[in-house]
Each structure stands twice: as structure tokens, then as C-alpha cells.
Design a protein around this ligand. Structure first.
Ligand SMILES: [Zn+2]
Length: 68
């Protein structure tokens, strides 16, 4: 299990990246929302989408969930 967060600021391409705790890019994100403790990035991205974010996994920490 790991803690996941979504970047509240969209990328220039329009999506909100989901990060796992400890990701360097999460540390650089200025405004994030805590999603919860999940067994995989898939559940975390699903939760972010449920909350209305155009969510996609971070290329570095959630590569399994990175689609764009
Ligand atoms: Zn990341």
C-alpha cells in the first residue's frame, strides 16, 4: 500500500497527474490533494477520476497508469 496524491494544477496538456508518496515530481507540485492509501496506482487514478479530475498516472512513479 502507498499514499497517492493528485496534482490539482493541470499539465499543459490538460491532465491531472497522480503521484505516489516520495515521487520527486510530487515534491515539486505546489497544490496537491490527498487521494488515500491504495494497493496500486490504478485504484488511485480511479479515485481521482471519481472526484472529477482528468487523472493520469505520473510517468515516473505510476508508469503502469501512465497513458498520456
Ligand atoms: Zn510521480
Amino acid at each position: 500500500m502507498a499514499n497517492y496524491f493528485v496534482n490539482k494544477n493541470e499539465q499543459s496538456t490538460g491532465e491531472n497527474e497522480v503521484h505516489r508518496e516520495g515521487c520527486e515530481w510530487l515534491k515539486k507540485a505546489k497544490d496537491v490533494e490527498y487521494l488515500g492509501d491504495y494497493p496500486s496506482c490504478h485504484s488511485a487514478v480511479a479515485e481521482a477520476k471519481r472526484r472529477g479530475y482528468n487523472a493520469d498516472g505520473c510517468y515516473y512513479c505510476c508508469n503502469d497508469c501512465h497513458t498520456r
